[in-house]
Structure formats: structure tokens, C-alpha cells
Write a protein that binds this ligand. Structure first.
Ligand code: ZN
Length: 276
């Protein structure tokens, strides 16, 4: 695909996102991040409608665009990172609480979402952010794509989560033995799979290539080095690619970090914080 075609496709996807994710539909009625109530809150039965003649004067119509404005963050970037890391510690130790997965939470977030963190993770089936950070419904805004790469659609999704939903932390999460990164290393070394011919896998590998090329010669584990560099590269792409997000980082309202997930012990280790 040529750059022109890619830009057109990205432009199309960006436009689609605007249609699929109207700000008012998702940002409306944001929820707080306090622990869910101990007991379900049953809905009160609706009272009988008063006769039309006795009805109070109608309230002014709500501004349908009001909810599209930027959401107030519910936590600081530091609190968001601490919450993620404590959830990961519970998961690593085998004491996951599996919060926010019950019916009351489902009902609560049906009215609106206010995720405290945004995770850009690989699509790998072993790297499910809600599980490895021990979070639940409405807690994380998750974007998953093989190799946790950044293109315009991914960046737009991240921008949306920060600007309209109030997320204060963006984490680009690479993981140990990432197949997408390994496939890129193999392709660059001339060991690409013939099965990948006539696929779009090459376009994905092109986005991972800068990290693979940045691996210093002689490192003991080039794949693991490329995984960490690829996550750092993604975090850098988010920072460099979005002026509104950079402004928030500079103001201390947003953190953009890169991290590595260990498949063996389940631990997430932040590796780099995007600096102003
Ligand atoms: Zn992967």
C-alpha cells in the first residue's frame, strides 16, 4: 500500500470513528471510580404518571451537546498508575479481586463511562488488560492491536479516551515473546513466512520496524529488547502525534508510559515515562 493509500484509509477510519463514537453517546453521565456499593441498588418502581393537566411545567430540554465536552478527570495520573500497579500486584500474587464485574456495576456504567486509564496492548490472547490489572467494567479504555502499534485510528482512540472520557494515564504495553515483534525481526532478517505473502502483515511489521532497527548490536535477547523499544516507540508516537495530549503531559494532567508484561510471572514493569 502506498503512503497515499494508507493516508486515505487512515482518514476513512478516522472519520468512521467519529461516526461510531459520538462524544455525547459515550461521555454522557460519567461514573466515579470509587469501589462499587456493597449491595445492589434496586431500581425504584416508577410511580403512576400524574394526569397531564396536573403535570409540572416541562423542564428545559437538556443540551444534547453538553456531554460532548471534555470530561473532568476522576484521578490524578499518579493515582491512576498506582491503581494499575496495585491491581497487577494482586494478579501476580494470585489474589485478584475481580472488581466491577457484577450486575450493579454493569447498570452503573451503562449510563456512561469514565475509565481512569487507557491501555494500548497487543492483541495477544495472553495479555488481557482487565485481567492482568485486576480491573472491571468501565475502568480501562483498551485498544488492542498486534504489536501494540500506533496508527491514526489508534491515536484517535487514545485522544478520545483522554479528552472526552477523562482518562489520565496512557500506557503502551509490550509483552515478552511478542509474536508480532518476532515476525518483524524474522522478516527483516529474510526469514519471513511464505504464508504472509499477499497479506497485510507487512504493513503491521512496517510500524514495528523502527523499534527492531533500534536494538543495539550484541544484546543478549534482541526480541525482548525490541519489545521494550517498541512499547517506548508507541508511547513516543502518542506524545509526538497529538498536540492536545502533549499539552496535558506538560501541565501534569496526563502521564504517557511504556511498560513490559512478563508472560511467565504476570508482572507489568513500567520502562519509560514520556517526558515533556
Ligand atoms: Zn504481541
Amino acid at each position: 500500500m502506498t503512503d497515499v493509500h494508507r493516508r486515505r484509509l487512515i482518514s476513512f477510519l478516522g472519520a468512521g470513528l467519529c461516526v461510531a463514537l459520538p462524544a455525547a453517546a459515550l461521555a454522557e453521565g460519567g461514573v466515579e471510580h470509587a469501589e462499587p456499593p456493597a449491595r445492589p441498588r434496586p431500581k425504584a418502581k416508577p410511580k403512576a404518571k400524574p394526569a397531564p393537566a396536573a403535570a409540572a411545567p416541562p423542564a428545559p430540554a437538556a443540551d444534547p451537546h453538553a456531554a460532548a465536552h471534555a470530561a473532568e478527570p476522576s484521578v490524578t495520573p499518579e493515582e491512576a498508575l498506582a491503581r494499575l500497579m496495585s491491581g497487577n500486584a494482586r494478579y501476580v500474587d494470585g489474589y485478584a479481586a475481580h472488581p466491577h464485574g457484577d450486575k450493579p456495576r454493569r447498570v452503573e456504567v451503562a449510563a456512561g463511562q469514565r475509565p481512569f486509564a487507557t491501555i494500548l496492548a497487543c492483541a495477544d490472547s495472553r495479555v488481557a488488560p482487565e485481567l492482568i490489572f485486576d480491573q472491571g467494567l468501565g475502568d480501562l479504555f483498551v485498544i488492542r492491536v498486534a504489536g501494540n502499534v500506533v496508527d491514526d485510528a489508534v491515536l484517535a482512540s487514545i485522544e478520545y479516551s483522554v479528552i472526552h472520557l477523562g482518562s489520565t494515564l496512557v500506557m503502551a504495553l509490550g509483552h515478552e515473546r511478542c509474536g508480532a515483534v518476532k515476525a518483524t525481526i524474522d522478516a527483516l532478517a529474510g526469514r519471513g513466512s511464505p504464508d504472509d505473502r499477499d497479506t497485510r502483515i507487512g504493513a503491521l511489521a512496517a510500524l514495528i520496524t523502527p523499534a527492531v532497527r533500534a536494538v543495539p548490536a550484541g544484546v543478549l535477547d534482541p526480541l525482548d529488547a525490541a519489545v521494550s523499544l517498541n512499547a517506548a516507540h508507541a508511547a513516543g508516537e502518542v506524545f509526538a502525534g497529538s498536540r492536545p495530549l502533549r499539552t496535558r503531559v506538560l501541565a501534569g494532567q496526563l502521564k504517557i508510559v511504556a511498560a513490559r508484561y512478563d508472560l511467565d510471572d504476570g508482572r507489568v514493569t513500567p520502562t519509560k515515562t514520556q517526558q515533556a
